[in-house]
Design a protein around this ligand. Structure first.
Ligand code: ADP
Length: 193
């Protein structure tokens, strides 16, 4: 199974990504986690990534592709991937589609998790005290939601036009969201990896 989770901050793509990976046997690849790991590793590149993340700005496409491509390639050769937070821009989507076509592992579905902005903000503020993330602060949360609306949100029509968008209401308890996603994917009769 080869999926992309497309969702604004706070919609639960990390939680759902882990569950879907356990369900399908595909590897969960969380772009934000891989970039945070690189940031913690330090060095020039790490410091640059950390600065973008702390501001809630997108990390430049070339850096993201350099960090993500090896993980996606490895997962693809093992039969499946659940991409969480990548691609997030049109150039990333085009690069990811070219990579997938080259490896003959194109996307089965792009799952779009949506919820009202007030719900997303509330969840992010709730988790802020435990997350330890530099970007879980009220002002940065607002900015991350704006970046989604202005940039990543454009991928919703992009994948709709390609006929693979699956939109799911994320304003429900996590188990219900998981059940909805699984029901929708089961109807597509995708291969399990
Ligand atoms: P959230 O979706 O809650 O913002 P993530 O962990 O997915 O959490 O992303 C956190 C940050 O990591 C983003 O604000 C951005 O700085 C960076 N990031 C993650 N994925 C990408 C990507 N595909 N392109 C650019 N930056 C990214």
């Amino acid at each position: 199974m080869r999926l992309l989770l497309l969702a604004p901050p706070g919609a639960g793509k990390g939680t759902q990504g882990e569950r879907l990976a356990a369900w399908s046997g595909a590897r969960h690849i969380a772009a934000g986690d891989l970039l945070r790991a690189q940031a913690h590793a330090g060095g020039l590149l790490g410091r640059e990534i950390a600065a973008y993340q702390a501001r809630g700005d997108l990390v430049p496409d070339q850096i993201v592709l350099d960090v993500l491509t090896p993980a996606v390639t490895e997962a693809a050769t093992r039969g499946g991937y659940i991409l969480d937070g990548f691609p997030r821009t049109l150039p990333q989507a085009i690069a990811a589609a070219e990579l997938a076509a080259r490896l003959d592992v194109t996307l089965d579905a792009a799952v779009y998790l949506h919820a009202p902005e007030a719900v997303l903000t509330g969840r992010l503020l709730d988790r802020a005290s435990q997350s330890g993330r530099s970007d879980d602060r009220a002002d940065v949360i607002q900015h991350r939601l704006q970046v989604f609306a202005e940039t990543t949100g454009l991928l919703v029509p992009y994948y709709t036009e390609r006929g693979i968008l699956v939109a799911v209401d994320a304003d429900q308890p996590p188990d219900s969201v998981t059940a909805d996603i699984q029901a929708r994917l089961s109807k597509l009769s995708l291969p399990r990896s």
